[in-house]
Design a binder for this molecule. Structure first.
Ligand code: MLT
Length: 399
């Protein structure tokens, strides 16, 4: 009989968004006449831009001719895409060597897989609330997590305590679920802390393209010293609408090197490269040609048009909440609006209430951590029509 990874017993029964999908499917089955509006999972609804589509078509055409056909590609991603991302980051104030960029099928896989590089006895700080993949993947590996409290008092932007040591720190900015964004000086404080403690920051910037204030950092590498203490994860899901097409990238600078217990120097870049080339055969060539088109200046303009559409949805949602006197966060440099559940309800209770009374699906804050227990998240990624309709229903519900 195999001995199982019993750490799985320490997980909640279902992954957050699977749990929501189950509950919504059950409701829809029991109420076939009701129109359910889904503003739960952050899944995009607008089609890809024409340049991304052209890039995908180009990739398909290359596959049709012997001269341009591609079989296995480099596990790290094609040079043309790594160069395009490096140029994009440079335009956003971060100088990153294309060799340090690893192309993947999205930030979810990489933020989940990265914990393999680290031993079980590290002190791991994870914000609460935050994207549940960080906690779940560490629990699966039998690791213990220490939570960094995000709350209304600190605007959901927890800061380091210089007297408390950590080895690994997960940060997500703009934050999922709260929409809070670290300023340059706050990130500088985190980088100084990490350098002083020889810690590594695992920085998730999946929502960076929603930042409209040029003073806010869109990459941790906009901060001096970050290459010596940070790994960054990013995704085309929200930037370019690739939730279905799947493409992301992870930056592991060569400067990240630490002494192992046997005195040997170990490079995180080399370890991630070893891991990826063993367990991953690279992102599809066709997806990478589509992704490369996204990172041209024209491609990014098209992405920004879609982002502006979602930002207008966020403004509508925030406006409704403000009008009803409900305290909310986010929704400016982020597609998420995070608000206090009305009437002192707990988040899963409010989820059921909203689904039952208004047929609107959101995400219960408890799914992002204990500190989200009385909060709720709505996404701006719906269609304009559905967002407006959902807001009309909320207005009626809250009188
Ligand atoms: C979310 O809704 O939090 C995200 O869409 C989940 C993800 O990116 O995997």
């Amino acid at each position: 009989m195999p001995k199982l990874n019993e750490h799985y017993q320490n997980l909640k029964e279902n992954y957050l968004f699977s749990e929501i999908a189950h509950r919504v499917a059950a409701y829809a089955k029991a109420n076939p006449d009701k129109k359910v509006i889904r503003l739960g999972i952050g899944d995009v609804t607008l089609p890809l831009g024409s340049l991304a589509i052209q890039g995908l078509h180009d990739g398909v055409c290359h596959m049709a001719k012997a001269q341009t056909f591609k079989g296995y590609g480099p596990e790290q991603g094609y040079r043309f895409l790594r160069d395009a991302i490096s140029a994009y980051l440079a335009r956003n104030g971060a100088a990153v060597d294309a060799d340090d960029i690893f192309i993947s099928d999205g930030a979810k896989s990489d933020t989940g897989n990265i914990s393999e590089l680290f031993a079980a006895d590290n002190v791991i700080l994870i914000p609460d609330p935050v994207y549940p993949v960080y906690v779940d993947s560490n629990i699966m590996g039998g690791k213990t997590v220490t939570y960094l409290a995000g709350n209304a008092e600190n605007q959901f932007l927890p800061m380091p305590d210089p007297n408390v040591h950590a080895d690994l720190i997960y940060l997500c900015s703009p934050n999922n679920p709260t929409g809070a964004v670290y300023s340059h000086s706050q990130l500088k404080e985190w980088v100084s802390y990490a350098l002083a403690h020889k810690a590594v920051i695992l920085f998730d910037s999946a929502y960076e393209a929603f930042i409209t204030d040029p003073a806010l950092p869109r990459s941790i590498y906009a901060i001096e010293g970050a290459k010596r203490c940070a790994i960054e994860f990013c995704s085309l899901s929200k930037t370019a609408g690739f939730t279905g097409t799947r493409c992301g990238y992870t930056i592991v600078p060569k400067e990240l090197s630490f002494t192992a217990s046997n005195g040997k120097e170990m490079s995180l870049h080399a370890m991630w490269n070893r891991r990826q080339s063993t367990k991953f055969n690279g992102t599809s060539y066709i997806i990478q040609t589509g992704a490369a088109a996204v990172f041209t200046e024209e491609g990014m303009k098209q992405c920004q048009e879609n982002i502006r559409y979602y930002q207008e949805n966020a403004r509508l949602i925030a406006g409704t909440l403000a009008q009803k006197g409900i305290r909310y966060f986010g929704g400016v440099h982020s597609p998420y609006i995070w608000f206090e559940c009305p009437g002192g309800m707990e988040s899963w209770e409010f989820f059921d209430y909203l689904l039952d009374k208004a047929q609107v699906v959101g995400t219960p804050g408890a799914g992002f951590g204990e500190n989200g227990r009385r909060y709720f998240r709505l996404t701006a990624f719906g269609s304009r029509e559905n967002t407006q309709e959902a807001m009309r229903r909320l207005e009626q519900l809250f009188g």
